[in-house]
Design a protein around this ligand. Structure first.
Ligand code: SAM
Ligand code: ZN
Length: 300
């Protein structure tokens, strides 16, 4: 491996090499923004997760991308996803939106969506229970959602949809946010009938890779799926028989075909794993630390 491949930061969303590193982002946050595609840390993490789930994304009959980010839209295109982009404000941030609708009233049939991406939307929605119920409704029984919200990891959700703009900015971080979620967002998702698996960057991506891709250790996204019965369950990687996930094997843009993955020791077992769609099970098996076979291009 060449030295600069180790040291140079790379954007997993657009593939850019960034010898100068990532640029400051909102509020001057250091190392936040890709100078080429403008992706922030959360977009880069989502890009990694989407690539890790590449076979599932590619074979999904329908992907619903709510409030699409251009940084990850092109990853979906690259993976050949059949995606609908939806926002209730088609002009928001110049998004490329194909359906103008609210997450509280999605104009799609029940069970029609195989993969939903819903990043940084729920904190804008006054009645998030309705929105979460819609996520549950439109997801296919073996469908998956990737949900992220701004998170205060140190206290429960605070909300006040009736607050004025100044108060919202102060309490929730932005004038158009109606709440700031705590970890109890998981309870809300479960109450809507979704099983919830917390995907934490710190668990999934080794430190050197986090540094290379400019990821935040405490980045978290939630993988949700329709629960067999409400309330849904809080799943953990351990529920899937997984000691540790490692996204690196599938997303290292420098040497995707050659990098050996580590020997597999854990057995994938349990009801939860069996209930996941077959393409996801395949992906999880391959990204579990521990498979002694080299990663072939067909795996990547
Ligand atoms: C902060 S942006 C998130 C954009 C992108 N997903 C990201 O993570 O960068 C919030 C977006 O949510 C959209 N939005 C807010 N409420 C919505 C609703 N009820 N239904 C659909 N979209 C909504 C806004 O129009 C805006 O485009
Ligand atoms: Zn980029």
């Amino acid at each position: 491996m060449v030295g600069d491949q180790i040291d140079t930061q790379r954007c997993p969303a657009c593939g850019a090499r960034l010898p100068e590193g990532f640029l400051p982002g909102p509020g001057g946050r250091p190392g936040a923004r890709c100078g080429r595609c403008q992706a922030l840390e959360r977009h880069r993490f989502l890009a990694l997760v989407l690539r890790a789930f590449g076979p599932f994304v590619s074979s999904a009959g329908l992907v619903l991308d709510v409030a699409p980010s251009r940084h990850t839209t092109h990853v979906l295109h690259e993976l050949g996803a059949r995606a609908i982009a939806m926002d209730f404000d088609p002009a928001a941030d110049g998004r490329d939106v194909s359906v103008q609708a609210s997450l509280t009233q999605v104009p799609l049939a029940a069970g029609s969506v195989d993969l939903m991406i819903c990043y940084h939307v729920l904190e804008h929605v006054p009645d998030d229970a309705v929105a979460m119920a819609e996520i549950r409704r439109v997801l296919a029984s073996d469908g998956l959602g990737l949900v992220q919200v701004p998170l205060d990891q140190h206290r429960p959700t605070v909300e006040d949809p009736g607050a004025d703009a100044e108060t919202r900015t102060r309490r929730f971080g932005q004038a158009d946010h109606v709440r700031l979620y705590g970890w109890d967002v998981e309870d809300r998702l479960r109450a809507a009938g979704l099983d919830v698996l917390r995907l934490r960057c710190v668990d999934l991506v080794p430190p050197a890779t986090r540094a290379r891709y400019g990821l935040m250790e405490d980045e978290v996204t939630w993988l949700v799926r329709p629960a067999a019965e409400a309330p849904g369950r809080l799943l953990r990687a351990g529920d899937l028989g997984i000691a540790r996930l490692d996204l690196l094997g599938r997303v290292d843009l420098a040497e995707p075909a050659r990098r050996p993955v580590r020997p597999w020791h854990a057995r994938m077992k349990g009801r939860v794993l069996r209930r996941l769609p077959q393409p996801v099970r395949r992906v999880l098996r391959k990204i579990v630390r521990g498979d002694s076979r080299p990663v072939r291009p067909a795996d990547g």
